[in-house]
Design a protein around this ligand. Structure first.
Ligand SMILES: Cc1cc2nc3c(=O)[nH]c(=O)nc-3n(C[C@H](O)[C@H](O)[C@H](O)COP(=O)(O)OP(=O)(O)OC[C@H]3O[C@@H](n4cnc5c(N)ncnc54)[C@H](O)[C@@H]3O)c2cc1C
Length: 393
């Protein structure tokens, strides 16, 4: 990586995290998942080294850096085969939103724990009937006129880590936003911190074909009573607050994808150098070598766009960061899927064995194409917002 693109500090962070990742590696993670556990030792060690909250403000125990640094942490752990998915939601989305829009009390209550990893927060926007069309979300908050409390009702799906997180940052809308801004139509989102054990807040695990420590949940909120200060930011601030969290989410998903792609590619290259069935290593055949070279180029290009998006976000240009973060997520998701596919193919039959550990990455890689925003919705965004083409919906 050229020093023009990455500072000496970034390079030092990259190699320090890579060294931590190597000490744990893929076997550690698959062992933990097989035993139904979580990578708590890795999480704790990364926390102790200051990696988990590297993007959060120093006054609340964070590293005072940005999403550029947090994405390095996630990419390098992923490249070592042991990504920590909760970095995408806890410090990147929830931490960013609270640091930027939370009250002093909310910052004091949440940021130190998110920064040192002792607490985590999940993020819930997806709803069964809204799907990719977030403007249709119907989770609604009503104010109790006597107490000033909020009463939150709705349903969410695919929420990662909701069982272990101390709370979920739930995206809803207020009842007062009626008419075209009410239960349907353009979203004026409100963000609520809902503690895991709040009354009326239930979760049901969704059986996924993913070998990951973090599970996905369907959440039901039935008149969940929350104090007035459960609301993060301004009730009327609209999309601005939400996008403050969604841009880091897309950058971090790109980091997750690039890390996974690099891991798969490295395993394939190692194999292709050794495996010989015609007297020379299969990596000498261009039909094997070229797709691997192409996968490497695609991952490098995706990383460039991810670095641009992180830079724009960290410099406070949310609008430009939005476009770049979407493009980075798209490029990284596509590069990851192709790298994993080619890696599996390079190993022949061994690509599908449990021992070599690549087959399970096929489904994992697909996640980066679908979540948090699908490739089609990014292509729509670029068609409409960047190119000015008309909408089909
Ligand atoms: C492993 C995993 C973890 C997740 N974690 C979280 C989480 O922590 N929090 C959270 O809130 N959500 C989470 N999600 C949800 C994720 O963000 C959604 O799955 C995603 O936004 C897509 O929504 P959907 O599944 O409803 O698909 P749909 O919206 O039903 O889309 C289905 C297909 O139709 C396509 N499509 C839809 N509309 C259009 C259109 N206008 N033009 C062209 N194509 C279109 C889509 O691209 C997609 O291919 C997670 C999902 C997964 C798989």
């Amino acid at each position: 990586m050229s020093p023009v693109m990455e500072t000496a500090e970034h390079q030092a962070l990259r190699s320090a995290v890579a060294a931590l990742g190597r000490r744990y590696g893929r076997d550690y993670l698959t062992g933990v998942v097989a035993a139904g556990g979580r990578p708590t030792e890795l999480w704790a060690e990364a926390a102790k080294l200051g990696y988990l909250g590297v993007n959060l403000p120093q006054e609340y125990g964070g590293g005072g850096a940005g999403i550029a640094e947090l994405s390095i942490v996630l990419e390098e752990l992923g490249a070592a085969g042991c990504p920590l998915l909760m970095l995408v939601v806890s410090p990147a989305i929830c931490g960013t939103v609270i640091a930027r829009f939370g009250t002093d009390a909310q910052k004091e209550r949440w940021l130190p724990g998110l920064a040192d990893g002792t607490r985590t927060m999940a993020f819930g926007i997806t709803e069964p009937d809204a799907g990719s069309n977030s403007h249709r979300i119907t989770t609604t908050a009503r104010r109790d006129p006597d107490s000033g409390d909020w009463l939150l009702t709705g349903r969410k799906v695919f929420i990662s880590g909701a069982d272990t997180a101390d709370a979920v940052l739930i995206v809803g809308r207020t009842e007062t936003a009626s008419g075209p801004e009410g239960r349907t139509g353009r979203l004026k989102p409100c963000l609520f911190i809902v503690p895991r054990d709040a009354e009326g807040f239930q979760r049901r695990p969704i059986a996924m074909e993913l070998h990951a420590a973090e599970k996905q949940f369907e959440l039901t909120l039935d008149e969940v009573r929350l104090p007035a200060d459960a609301l993060v930011g301004d009730e009327n601030a609209g999309l601005l607050q939400l996008f403050a969290g969604l841009n880091p989410e897309r950058v971090m998903t790109a980091a997750f994808a690039i890390g996974m792609g690099r891991h798969a590619l490295a395993r394939a290259v190692e194999y292709a150098r050794e495996r010989a069935v015609w007297g020379r290593p299969i990596g000498a055949h261009q039909a094997i070598a070229h797709p691997l070279a192409q996968a490497h180029i695609d991952l490098e290009l995706a990383r460039l766009m991810m670095q641009k998006a992180a830079l724009l976000h960290d410099s406070g240009d949310d609008l430009a960061a939005g476009e770049a973060a979407n493009m980075a997520k798209y490029a990284a998701g596509e590069a990851c899927v192709r790298a994993v596919d080619q890696a599996v193919h390079t190993l022949g039959g061994n690509g599908l064995t449990r021992e070599f550990g690549l087959a399970s990455l096929i489904t994992a890689a697909r996640v980066t194409r679908i979540a948090p925003v699908s490739r089609e919705m990014i292509l729509n965004h670029v068609s409409h917002q960047t190119l000015g083409l008309p909408k089909s919906y």
